[in-house]
Design a protein around this ligand. Structure first.
Ligand SMILES: O=C[C@H](O)[C@@H](O)CC(=O)C(=O)O
Ligand SMILES: [Zn+2]
Length: 274
């Protein structure tokens, strides 16, 4: 039921030597969403954990994960949950939250075992935490919405901020998702880095045959990954993270690190990319 894979942190000097298969092995998370399974990737980027829980009408429980060395997964961690699928239920601390597609739930440190049920496809993002922030279900209408880009640049999109200082308190986790306007294909272009924080992009809402050309690497040494629906690109602190799709897509972004200042980015002009 539970499967955990560890990803080590990669030095940019090593990343520049990688072929396609090695880049995918280190920076792409595939197969996170499988019926009846709880699949996690434990990364050594800020000890950020991402994963998928697909109860498929049954019931799944997230509790002990050996990699954390604690009896319960959330004993010293906080967790963000995004429902990418149909109606589902999350339970913790004797409470239960009905989540429809696009809802986000934040569970604070010490929330105990987490149950998943129904037709939800739950994306999980977790970071170490050392105090308990208030648990909260955030519906899309309650998110902070930032519109940016233009139709001319094919990058008109809305950044929906959920676990974000303007909406609620968290320890390390900053999470939301970006929705592209029909006809716009580019995300995060012009790109940026933020050496203070790692980031993960989980692409979703894609047709099976479409792919996102995800760009990564230091600005002067870029690489790419072709990413399918419900796959995630891991972005080390030294890497840009941007992409263009062959069709409709959205992506859940989640970060952990030294600050929770969303705007703390080092922008890169397209002319400086190599
Ligand atoms: O650090 C922030 C993240 O990279 C994303 O929120 C950017 C993004 O969603 C976008 O430009 O579309
Ligand atoms: Zn970023």
């Amino acid at each position: 039921m539970l499967h955990v894979e560890t990803r080590h942190a990669v030095h940019p000097d090593q990343a520049r030597t990688m072929d396609t298969a090695a880049l995918r092995r280190h920076f792409l998370a595939e197969g996170l969403f499988q019926d009846g399974r709880l699949r996690l990737v434990y990364t050594h980027y800020d000890r950020f954990v991402l994963g998928g829980a697909v109860p498929a009408g049954g019931h799944l429980t997230l509790d002990h994960v050996a990699e954390t060395g604690t009896p319960g997964f959330l004993d010293r961690r906080e967790l963000g949950i995004v429902n990418l699928g149909g109606p589902g239920t999350v339970t913790a601390m004797g409470d239960s939250w009905a989540m429809t597609r696009g809802d986000v739930l934040y569970l604070g440190m010490g929330a105990g075992p987490v149950g998943f049920a129904g037709e939800g496809r739950f994306y999980l993002a977790s970071a170490p935490a050392h105090r308990t922030c208030r648990t909260r279900l955030i519906r899309p209408a309650e998110a902070n919405r930032v519109e940016l880009g233009s139709a001319e640049a094919a990058n008109r999109r809305a950044i929906m901020q959920f676990i974000h200082p303007l909406v609620m308190e968290s320890c390390q986790l900053v999470l939301g998702y970006t929705v592209l306007e029909p006809g716009s294909v580019w995300n995060t272009m012009p790109p940026h880095t933020h050496d203070r924080r790692m980031e993960a992009y989980l692409y979703w809402d894609m047709a099976p045959g479409d792919r996102v050309l995800h760009l990564m690497g230091p600005p002067d040494e870029t690489r790419h990954l072709f990413v399918a629906n419900e796959e995630a690109a891991l972005s080390p602190p030294w890497s840009i993270h941007a992409g263009a799709g062959t069709g409709r897509y959205g992506f859940v972004w989640a970060m952990a690190g030294d600050n929770i200042d969303f705007t703390d980015m080092d922008m890169v002009a397209p002319g400086d990319l190599r």
